[in-house]
Design a protein around this ligand. Structure first.
Ligand code: ZN
Length: 334
């Protein structure tokens, strides 16, 4: 079992105090459909940043950015769907069930313990899942499409009940399909089951971006897993190294869409040189990585997921601080 190879960097049990053990994941995120990372109709521009193209190639280019919040919010929501299904979300103050972005975390569920919460009251838990902005490999100018759409009437057609044609026009900027983002996710002082939970959320989440009918399909793939005492190089450094390498690779033209195989090969050949740098002590090899993903798939399978989540949930039992006014209703949420 490959998860054992990471054991020096995993906590044996949840603890309140950090000990500097990190598991880092290299994640390739590929859009599978048109995707929008902003609130639709808000007039916000698509998020991009001017950065150096490569470490060697010093040209400045705009890159699309998938911000931390755009990554982590859908992934937390995915995990919480299962917690809700198995009644593993607890009641917060005022008898409301634990929920995101409502200032009412329960401070007791797996999500609260792992991804953190800042409560209005006494408690706070730092998130132990750290993401950073993910960057596109190619310049954003290649990756954004623009479309003018006639607004539909409620009957789903361009004409209202009286046969009048719609004149409302919307211009919509979108990220094209087959755009690759590279991302480093760092897990701090997590247990083996917390690792399974966090990676499961990444692998199970397939929709990102604006919450509407035009949400983007996204495929996430784990290309590397490291254990160490320090963070990996940043996702920007990785993207820049990949850009340099691809521009030197025969048969790869740096235009959209990039061939996924070329991207995966470039990423793997770069991260394979990271071992024993910056406190990296262990990198799972190809077979161990596949075994780890298989282990995670098994724990999340229909047959095992309830047992897996209940086991993880139980590990926080002695650390739960029942808010004073809730002592009498220790029961789980409905
Ligand atoms: Zn909670």
């Amino acid at each position: 079992m490959s998860i054992e190879k990471l054991s020096s960097f995993l906590a044996s049990t949840y603890e309140n105090f950090p000990k500097g053990r990190t598991i880092s994941l290299v994640v390739l995120r590929t859009t599978q459909s048109e995707t929008i990372f902003r609130t639709e109709g808000s007039g916000e521009p698509m998020s991009s940043e001017f950065v150096q193209a490569g470490l060697e190639n010093t040209e400045i280019i705009p890159r699309l950015v998938m911000t931390k919040r755009k990554q982590i919010a859908p992934e937390r929501r995915k995990g919480r769907e299962f917690l809700r299904q198995y009644n593993l979300l607890y009641n917060a103050k005022g008898d409301t069930i634990c929920s995101l972005n409502t200032n009412a975390p329960c401070e007791m569920c797996i999500d609260c313990f792992l991804y953190g919460f800042a409560a209005g009251g006494e408690g706070a838990q730092k998130s132990r899942v750290w993401t950073e902005d993910a960057f596109s490999i190619l310049p954003s100018t290649e990756l954004i499409g623009d479309r003018t759409i006639n607004a539909l009437y409620e009957n789903g057609t361009m004409r209202d009940e009286t046969g009048k044609a719609s004149t409302a026009l919307n211009t919509s900027e979108y990220i094209k399909p087959s755009v690759h983002f590279l991302d480093i996710v760092t897990l701090k002082d997590v247990t083996a089951d917390e690792l399974r939970y966090a990676v499961g959320n990444i692998l199970l989440t397939t929709r990102y971006g604006a919450v509407s009918s035009r949400v983007g399909r996204m495929d996430n793939e784990i290309l590397g897993v490291f254990g160490g005492f320090a963070e990996l190089p940043s996702s920007l450094e990785l993207v820049q190294q990949v850009f340099d390498l691809l521009s030197k690779t025969d048969n790869v033209t740096l235009e959209h869409p990039l061939q996924k195989d070329s991207v995966v090969n470039a990423v793997k050949s770069i991260i394979n040189q990271w071992t024993n740098k910056r406190g990296i002590s262990v990198q799972l090899n190809e077979e161990e990585l596949n075994n780890l993903v298989a282990d995670i798939d098994t724990n999340w399978s229909m047959e095992k997921q309830e047992e897996f989540l209940a086991r993880l949930n139980k590990t926080y039992e002695s650390y739960r601080q029942i808010p004073a006014e809730n002592t009498s209703k220790k029961s789980k949420g409905k």
